[in-house]
Design a protein around this ligand. Structure first.
Ligand code: FPP
Ligand code: MG
Length: 417
C-alpha cells in the first residue's frame, strides 16, 4: 500500500499555516475563524470578493492506496445495480430501523463515549452530556460496525474485535470534535435541535472541548498500534482543516469548478466516511483489494451524502433544516446546484458577485438555481455517486450487513426524492 503522506508533523504544519495567515491568536478565538474573516468581508460589501481567495490548494483526492488493476478477489458476478429514484418504491425507512442489525454495537458505543470524554475533566463531563447525548445519528460508527461485520464474515471472524469498537469510538469523537469547531466557525446556536456547545459554554470551552476530543482520539488511535490505520485517520483530521480553509477561501467565487467542489466535499465529509469503512475492513484483516473497495464505497457514499445535503439546503424549509433555507448560498458557499446553474444563466453570476446587496436578490438567485435545472443536475450527480458506491459493495458476500450498506445509500437518495 502507498499511503499519501499524513504525519502528525504535517498536521502541525497545517495548523502553523493557519496561524501564520493571521487567523488566530490567543487573545481572540474569533480571529481563529477564516470563515468569519470571509463573513466579515460579506458584511463589508466594499471589500473585493477576490480578496477571499486566501490560499490556493493543489487538488489531491482519491484513494490512499494504489488501486489494483487485477480482478478483485471475491468480487461477485452480480449485475451492477443501478438506482432509479422514480422507479424505486419502498416503504419509508429510518436510520434507527436501518441500523437495527448493529443496534447492540451502537448501545455499547454510546456508553463508552460518555465515559471517554468526561472521565478526566469536569467541564467536559458536563459538555459531554450535550455533545454525545441523544440526537446524534451515529451514522459513521454504524458504518464502522456494518463494514466490520460484513468483512469479518469473509475471514470467518465470529465477533468484532476491540480494535473495531475502538475505531468506531475514535471516528465518532473526531466527527463530534469537527462539528463543535464548525459551530464556532459558523456561529451556529443550534445543532440536532439542541443548543451548541459554544452557545451553552462559550467559545473558549467549545474550542478546547473540540481540541480535547481531537487529541483524545489521536491518543486512542496511536494505542491501536496499526500504522496503516493511524495514517488513514490522521490524514482525515488534516483533510477537515483543508476543507474548511478551501471553503472559506472560495466564497462567492463564481469561477469555482465542479471538480473543486467535489474535492472540498471529499475533505469535509467523504474523507472521514471513507476512513471509517476502510479502517473497519483493515481490522477484519481482509485482502487489501477489498479494503480498497470499502474505501471507495465510503468515498462515493460520502460524496453523495454531501451533495444531497447541499440540495436540501435549497429544497427544504427553514423549519426542516433548522437554519434559514439557502444559507449556503447566502454565505457564499457555492455548492453543486449553483455550480450547475451558473453554466446556464449569466445573471446568476452578477447577483452572486454583488453578494446579495439588493433586497430580494437572494430569493431571485434561489429561483434561478431551481428554474435552470441546478437541483436536477445535482440530484443526478448524487445518484451517479450512489450507483458507484453500490457497485463497490459487490466484493462483499451477501449478508444482512451488506444489504444495510446498500439500503443506506438508497435512504440517502430518498431524502431528495
Ligand atoms: C460541517 O459543515 C462541517 C464539517 C463536516 C467539518 C468541520 C471541520 C472543521 C471545523 C475543521 C476542524 C478543525 C481541525 C483543527 C481539524 P457545514 O457547516 O457545511 O454543515 P452543518 O450544516 O452541519 O453545520
Ligand atoms: Mg456548520
Amino acid at each position: 500500500m502507498t499511503a499519501v503522506a499524513c504525519h502528525n508533523l504535517e498536521f502541525g504544519r497545517t495548523m502553523l499555516d493557519f496561524l501564520a495567515c493571521g487567523c488566530s491568536s490567543n487573545a481572540s478565538f474569533d480571529r481563529f475563524s477564516v470563515r468569519n474573516y470571509a463573513k466579515g468581508a460579506v458584511r463589508n460589501p466594499n471589500r473585493g470578493y477576490k480578496a477571499r481567495k486566501l490560499l490556493s490548494f493543489q487538488p489531491e483526492i482519491g484513494p490512499r492506496t494504489k488501486t489494483s488493476g487485477a480482478l478483485l478477489k471475491g468480487v461477485t458476478a452480480d449485475t451492477p445495480q443501478v438506482l432509479d429514484l422514480k422507479k424505486e418504491s419502498r416503504s419509508p425507512a429510518s436510520l434507527t430501523n436501518l441500523f437495527e442489525v448493529v443496534a447492540e454495537d451502537l448501545q455499547t458505543l454510546n456508553k463508552n463515549l460518555q465515559s471517554i470524554v468526561g472521565a478526566e475533566n469536569p467541564v467536559l463531563m458536563s459538555a459531554a452530556e450535550q455533545i454525545f447525548g441523544a440526537g446524534g445519528k451515529r451514522m459513521r460508527p454504524a458504518l464502522v460496525f456494518l463494514v466490520s461485520r460484513a468483512t469479518a464474515e469473509i475471514v470467518g471472524l465470529k465477533e468484532l474485535t476491540k480494535e473495531h469498537r475502538r475505531l468506531a469510538e475514535i471516528i465518532e469523537m473526531i466527527h463530534t470534535a469537527s462539528l463543535i469547531h464548525d459551530d464556532v466557525l459558523d456561529e451556529s446556536d443550534m445543532r440536532r435541535g439542541k443548543e451548541t456547545v459554544h452557545q451553552l459554554y462559550g467559545t473558549r470551552v467549545a474550542v478546547l472541548a473540540g481540541d480535547f476530543m481531537f487529541a483524545q482520539s489521536s491518543w486512542y488511535l496511536a494505542n491501536l498500534e496499526n500504522l496503516e490505520v493511524i495514517k488513514l485517520i490522521s490524514q482525515v483530521i488534516k483533510d477537515f482543516a483543508s476543507g474548511e480553509i478551501k471553503q472559506a477561501s472560495s466564497l462567492f467565487d463564481c469561477d469555482v469548478q465542479l471538480e473543486e467542489y467535489l474535492i472540498k466535499s471529499y475533505y469535509k465529509t467523504a474523507s472521514l466516511i471513507a476512513a471509517s469503512t476502510k479502517g473497519a475492513s483493515i481490522f477484519s484483516g481482509v485482502d487489501s483489494c477489498i479494503s480498497e473497495q470499502m474505501y471507495q464505497y465510503g468515498k462515493n457514499f460520502g460524496l453523495s451524502f454531501q451533495i444531497v445535503d447541499d440540495v436540501l439546503d435549497f429544497t427544504q424549509s427553514a423549519e426542516q433544516l433548522g437554519k434559514p433555507a439557502g444559507s449556503d448560498l447566502a454565505n457564499g458557499n457555492l455548492t453543486a446546484p449553483v455550480i450547475f446553474a451558473l453554466k446556464k444563466e449569466a445573471r446568476l453570476r452578477d447577483i452572486i458577485e454583488s453578494e446579495f446587496c439588493d433586497t430580494g436578490s437572494l430569493e431571485e438567485a434561489i429561483e434561478i438555481v431551481k428554474r435552470c435545472g441546478g437541483i436536477q443536475r445535482a440530484q443526478d450527480l448524487a445518484r451517479e455517486k450512489s450507483n458507484i458506491a453500490i457497485q463497490n459493495l459487490q466484493c462483499l458476500p451477501p449478508s444482512s450487513f451488506r444489504l444495510v450498506l446498500e439500503e443506506l445509500v438508497k435512504y440517502n437518495l430518498e431524502r431528495i426524492k
